[in-house]
Design a protein around this ligand. Structure first.
Ligand SMILES: *Cc1c(COP(=O)(O)O)cnc(C)c1O
Length: 421
């Protein structure tokens, strides 16, 4: 069993909270960069490879700048996410715009930036032409329907709202060529938090076979396929993380079997991973402020589901350690909870932990993706900020905590006095 680690000692935390009180997110830049390099090394076996980091997983421009420096692009799905990528210096075809139910102005913004537009539906060809014009490079999102088994979180493809059917996608490339498109790509996204290598290799096979069929039936030669996101991370201490080398080798074997004889070599491989890029390198750092003993034993934290909603939303497991008590026996059974007036505001339910006292630091692991990003303000909760641990061990605040003024910022309170009821 691989122990879950945290880069700061209890003494270092004591020092840090004097400048930055809990709760906060902490990201480890050195570990993040090492992970990015390991991915690029493993996938360098392909003629061309591009990872477009899924901005929604960690929408902070400082983090995007680090990933861009490592050679990653961005996967955006909204206008603000496009702005974030642009702020971080990620431009042009380094941006993949994978959206759905896309508003006209967002297509226009994506075109202005020269992003690769990834269409979600056949009707969007006309919609795009009328609103933003058709760019010379277009990708289409494939929904394999019954051809692909379901995945725990994302569900069955035939029940998912995304993408084109097989018939539609075969028609779409011909239509796009008539409208002047010169360069083509194919995308799918059928998994979420999937640790099984074979599932991802099978997705690649599905896309490679379709790429060959597209070439045979429509004479359109794809420039690249995008395997989407969904690579899992080992949230539980016993889980086995994805081995990038084995994943790349598995995809390469299918590439040799299908792409090369199909006459599509060299075909680019793109991904838009989020979770596996930043998830394990971020922690939500909290403190116990209360313990409570009723029908169960509770530990109340200074953070809540408004800071990290995955446990409350999906019942997701996040490992928890207590700073300075890593080696103590887990003698207690706790529900670890936040302060929201919602009974699902629980970071852990009936979790075995060492004896906890108010003031203890509880470290919530694997919070670097879909963590702070999914935060919200229900119940008047203010979202916490984000700190970056730099490779030289210095700390940089990359987002401050919200204040009461932020909470009221969308109200025109000057008009309230004149508002008679
Ligand atoms: C969410 C999402 C991703 C990233 O998914 P991860 O599970 O974080 O890898 C990539 N592409 C699309 C279209 C998405 O919706």
């Amino acid at each position: 069993m691989k122990a879950k680690t945290f880069p700061l000692s209890k003494a270092e935390l004591d020092e840090l909270v004097r400048s930055y009180p809990t709760p906060f997110y902490l990201y480890d830049e050195g570990a993040l960069r090492e992970n990015a390099r390991a991915i690029l090394r493993a996938f360098s076996i392909f003629p061309s490879f591009k990872e477009h980091f899924a901005v929604k997983a960690l929408p902070n421009p400082f983090m995007l700048k680090i990933l861009a420096a490592e050679g990653f692009g961005a996967d955006c799905s909204s206008y603000p996410e496009l702005i974030l990528a642009d702020m971080a210096g990620i431009t042009g075809e380094d941006i993949m715009f994978t959206s759905n139910e896309t508003p006209a102005q967002e297509y226009r913004a994506a075109r202005d930036l020269g992003a690769i537009i990834n269409l979600d539906d056949i009707t969007h060809i006309d919609f795009l032409e009328k609103t933003a014009g058709i760019p010379p490079l277009i990708s289409c999102r494939y929904n394999p329907g019954l051809l692909k088994g379901g995945n725990g979180i994302i569900g069955k493809p035939e029940e998912a709202k995304y993408g084109f059917t097989r018939d539609q996608i075969l028609r779409a490339y011909g239509l796009l060529r008539e409208k002047g498109v010169k360069r083509f790509a194919l995308h799918t996204m059928v998994a979420s938090n999937e640790l099984n290598l074979d599932y991802h290799i099978e997705t690649a096979r599905l896309l490679f076979e379709l790429a060959v069929e597209i070439k045979e039936k429509t004479a359109v030669r794809l420039e690249f396929v995008n395997l989407g996101g969904g690579v899992g991370i080992p949230y539980r201490p016993g889980d086995q993380g994805v081995d990038y080398g084995r994943l790349a080798a598995g995809i390469q074997a299918v590439y040799e079997r299908i792409v090369v004889p199909g006459g599509l070599h060299p075909l680019g491989i793109h991904t838009e991973w989020g979770r596996v890029i930043t998830g394990p390198y971020g922690w939500l750092v909290t403190r116990a402020i209360h313990t409570k003993s009723i029908y169960r034993e509770y530990v109340g934290l200074d953070a809540s589901m408004a800071d990290l909603m995955r446990p409350g939303l999906y019942g997701a497991y996040h490992h928890i350690t207590v700073a300075g008590k890593e080696d103590e026996a887990a003698t207690e059974t706790y529900d670890v909870v936040g302060s929201l007036c919602e009974n699902n505001d629980k970071f852990a339910v009936q979790r075995q932990l060492p004896k906890i006292k108010p003031g203890d630091y509880l470290i919530i692991h694997d919070a670097g993706a879909h963590g702070r990003a999914m935060g919200f303000n229900y119940n008047g909760k203010l979202r916490c900020g984000e700190l970056l641990l730099r490779p030289d061990k210095s700390i940089r605040m990359i987002r401050r905590s919200e204040t009461v003024d932020d909470y009221f910022a969308t109200l025109d309170l000057s008009a309230l006095g004149d508002f008679f009821v």
